[in-house]
Design a protein around this ligand. Structure first.
Ligand code: S3P
Ligand code: PEP
Length: 417
């Protein structure tokens, strides 16, 4: 494959067949960390193997955890119950989960940990998490408000209670929750408001923690008390990735096909599975879609909306501007590149001016993906219906779905490079 560009040839048939999305990124990176913090051997099956999970696994190895990979979807993790100080900074690419989760867990290390990422990650805010750690008595610094973060750990997590503003990222809360059982006494974590984008990610965090022996009490809607239990090794089966599933659900709908992904939408526990009902409504998607509880599905929905019968406004997506790239901008640029006037930013909302006659046209456009896997994967959907859609930097899908192009090819999609 040409690593610079990939032109999707419009599907001349309904996409039909069987594709298994890879394991959930969110769950894989949670259970890798929790297994690494546990004493004993944990077997994690159904796991995602991609850039983001490789960064987490390598960081754990650098901190003394044994991570073996007996097959393509399994990690066997052997921990001692504590992480050791790494000899070098932890490089975590653009993996938000690995970066935020390890920043908090690093406080339990006896020694200095530097958490760093690539140029994109160095622009993604982490200040609220670092400030929360400091309020718990942890020596942590991020001079730019973004990685690199230096944590001088004292061998245990901090103590007391802390309020955190999760407006920019729910991952700050998940990070604090997962590190809290490593404290010498109970820790209370509260949100500054009751609102939080993608609350479903907190539920994923609590489920994973409990599976590894943690005890967390929900005090109210926005407050949790975490007991100082540490973690116990466990075997854990990871469900498929719901965000990855959204591309397959949308491809099925756009082409009028039938793609068997092996898991019914209602069986997923991840927030993005909520996108299924919106996709199922196509070409009559609602006039307004609140993306706050299914943020990673918004690129999929926005590209699908271009082919809807009526326009769609996406609300509740303020923090799409601080994901792998400014996704609202990338979506509006890409859609307008296909046809001027197709999308519009209105404050932090995105309006997609649907045009059902786009399908079947030739509208050559080079889509700048800004190294963002979801921009690449969602605009490939436009290429199934419009001739001339070229995805730049197509291999950026390796962040969460390295097999994406092969998966579409297995359904009969063809490419020109
Ligand atoms: O906790 C998680 O696994 C995630 C939370 C979300 O990020 P934010 O909390 O930064 O919005 C989501 O976009 C990301 O892909 C995964
Ligand atoms: C926002 C995402 O990732 P992360 O924050 O984990 O880098 C994503 O996968 O869409």
């Amino acid at each position: 494959m040409n690593p610079d560009r990939l032109t999707v040839i419009p599907a001349d048939h309904a996409l039909e067949g069987r594709v298994r999305p890879p394991g959930s990124k969110s769950i894989t990176n949670r259970v890798l960390l929790l297994a690494g913090l546990s004493k004993g051997v944990s077997r994690l099956t159904g796991a995602l193997k991609s850039d983001d999970t490789r960064h987490m696994a390598n960081a754990l190895k650098a901190m003394g955890v044994s991570v073996e990979e007996p097959d393509e979807t399994t990690f066997v993790v052997t921990g001692t119950g504590r992480l050791e100080a790494p000899h070098e900074p932890l490089f975590l690419g653009n993996a938000g989960t690995a970066t935020r989760f390890l920043t908090a867990a690093a406080a339990s290390v006896d020694g200095t940990v530097i958490v760093d990422g690539d140029a994109h990650m160095r622009k993604r805010p982490i200040g609220p998490l670092v400030n929360a750690l400091r309020r718990l008595g942890i020596d942590a610094h991020a001079p730019t408000g973004c990685p690199p973060v230096t944590i001088n750990g004292k061998g245990a997590f901090g103590t007391g209670g802390v309020e955190i503003d999760a407006g920019l990222s729910s991952q700050y809360v998940s990070a604090l929750l997962m590190a809290a059982p490593l404290a010498p006494e109970p820790v209370t974590i509260a949100l500054t408001g009751t609102e939080i984008g993608a609350r479903g990610y907190i539920a994923l965090t609590l489920d994973a923690m409990r599976a590894f022996g943690a005890k967390v009490d929900q005090i109210d809607d926005a407050t949790w008390e975490v007991q100082p239990t540490g973690y116990q090794a466990a075997d854990f089966h990871i469900e498929p990735d719901a965000s990855a599933a959204t591309y397959l659900w949308a491809a099925e709908k756009l082409t009028g096909g039938r793609i068997d992904i092996g898991t019914p939408a209602e069986k997923f526990t991840q927030p993005d599975a909520k996108a299924y009902n919106v996709i199922a409504a196509f070409p009559h998607m609602p006039a307004e879609i609140d993306g706050s509880q299914m943020q990673d599905a918004v690129p999929t929905l926005a590209v699908l909306a271009a082919f809807n019968e009526t326009p769609v406004r996406f609300t509740g997506i303020e923090n799409l501007r601080v994901k792998e790239c400014d996704r609202t901008r990338a979506l509006s640029l890409g859609l307008n590149n296909i046809r001027e006037g197709l999308a519009e930013e209105d404050g932090d909302d995105l309006i997609v001016h649907a045009d059902p006659v786009l399908a079947g046209q030739r509208l050559p456009a080079e889509i700048d993906t800004f190294a963002d896997h979801r921009i690449a994967m969602s605009f490939a959907l436009a290429g199934l219906k419009i001739a001339g859609i070229t995805i730049l930097d197509p291999l950026c899908v390796g962040k969460t779905y390295p097999g994406y192009w092969d998966a579409l090819a297995s359904l009969g999609v063809k490419y020109a490079t």
